[in-house]
Design a protein around this ligand. Structure first.
Ligand SMILES: [Zn+2]
Length: 167
């Protein structure tokens, strides 16, 4: 999936979790973090593209990693500890989880087990950059509009954005 689709999915999830602005920003980063990790790891090798093709959608795309980080964020960072750290950690982990779930829709899929490319799961519903991905993006935006329908009808788009961001 393209990064725009990942970021819409990640921020959409963060909005549904009612995370504040720090959590929304962290979710936008978390939504592309698995691919960023793969790029950074591949950059350590002499033949970057070859290394990227070999490692992409490996451990960084294992759902257990992001579920574990989400659990850590929920249990180790109590909300009263910090008004910034807790929502940022939650947003980052939720964004990463949404990323791997969206990648699961494509033919390459994601690993069910860490450190192996065997045992992958793929729903094969759409290809990256294909019409199916655009349909998913449109469906996510429509879902968000439905989720916030009362606020959108009452306050409009600008008012809804302002209230979501706590402005
Ligand atoms: Zn990915």
């Amino acid at each position: 999936m393209r990064w725009t689709t990942h970021q819409v999915g990640a921020v959409g999830l963060a909005l549904m979790l009612k995370l504040p602005a720090a959590g929304l920003l962290a979710a936008a980063l978390g939504g592309i973090l698995p691919d960023l990790f793969d790029q950074r790891i591949a950059a350590c090798f002499r033949c970057r593209q070859k290394a990227f093709n070999r490692i992409h959608r490996g451990f960084t795309h294992w759902p257990g990693l992001w579920l574990g980080l989400l659990a850590l964020a929920l249990w180790l960072i109590p909300p009263q500890f910090s008004t910034l750290a807790a929502p940022a950690a939650l947003g980052l982990a939720a964004g990463g989880l949404s990323h791997v779930l969206l990648d699961m829709l494509t033919p390459q899929g994601i690993p069910l087990l860490p450190f192996t490319h065997k045992g992958r799961v793929s729903l094969k519903l759409c290809r990256t950059g294909g019409p199916g991905e655009w349909l998913f993006l449109a469906a996510m935006l429509a879902g968000l509009a439905f989720w916030f329908r009362e606020s959108l009808l009452d306050k409009g788009l600008a008012g809804t954005l302002a209230s979501v961001l706590g402005l």
